[in-house]
Unconditional design. Structure first.
Length: 256
């Protein structure tokens, strides 16, 4: 069984993993919709080669071994890309991943993965909404946003499966989803509306995901980033799920 949930932010929002571990039938895999946050600190290097991850990150990753499931996350914006871009990739599930431990893995951008018989396209990344308060290469990284090269890689991967997957896992979402949500949201939800407007006006990731969305067929699209729990259904019947504290069980035969 696979469960998908929202941003982890290292241990700031880890309570949901404790709750999932406590259910009567825990899953074998928990997917995180970006902002894993476990690779955050600077690293020891020699001749520009990684010697080891920062001890704080190693300790956090080791602490996740207590969970009875594998934790697999797509990339978000709150990740140290100076480190992530240097970590080795290995082949797994039909694409490239970063294996941090026996039960913690990061999905690279632009690949179609197969997990427990389901196919997933993953294109993680987004622009930090509070970037103006952050310091580049210390608390935000320019590589956090999706690029055209990521979309080209995704299109190439999708061609191998006839442009059809069961699920899409990203950190942010296509611009049309946000535009529809903006038109329906109540004016008093100021913080949420501000986040949507920022993404539409500033983040190239949402427009690139929109261009990708128009080329593929899928059943459900999972994302995080906006710190709300909401479901959307498009005019074509595809379902979008924004996850933060809630979680969904992956099951095409019994959609939630």
């Amino acid at each position: 069984m696979i469960i998908v949930t929202g941003d982890l932010h290292r241990d700031y929002d880890i309570k949901k993993l404790d709750e999932i571990a406590g259910i009567s039938n825990p899953p074998s895999i928990v997917l995180i919709a970006g902002d894993f946050g476990g690779i955050w600190n600077q690293i020891s290097k020699e001749d520009d080669r990684i010697i080891m991850l920062h001890q704080k990150d190693l300790d956090f990753i080791d602490s996740l071994s207590k969970y009875p499931f594998k934790i697999i996350s797509c990339l978000g914006n709150h990740e140290n890309y100076d480190v992530i871009n240097q970590l080795p990739r290995v082949n797994a599930y039909g694409g490239k991943i970063i294996r941090l431990s026996d039960n913690v893995e990061l999905l690279d951008r632009g690949y179609v993965y197969e997990l427990e018989g389901y196919t997933f396209l993953s294109v993680g990344g987004a622009m930090s909404m509070d970037r103006r308060y952050r310091i580049e290469h210390k608390s935000y990284w320019a590589e956090e946003t999706i690029t055209e090269a990521d979309i080209i890689k995704a299109i190439s991967s999708l061609k191998k499966v006839n442009n059809k997957v069961d699920f899409v896992l990203t950190h942010t979402c296509p611009s049309s989803v946000l535009e529809k949500e903006l038109s329906l949201s109540k004016k008093e939800n100021h913080d949420y509306i501000s986040k949507i407007k920022f993404a539409l006006e500033n983040d190239p990731s949402v427009k690139l995901l929109e261009s990708l969305k128009q080329k593929i067929s899928f059943s459900e699209w999972y994302f995080g980033h906006f710190h709300v729990d909401r479901d959307f259904v498009s005019e074509y019947g595809a379902k979008y799920c924004c996850l933060f504290n809630s979680w969904k069980t992956i099951n095409l035969n019994n959609p939630q």
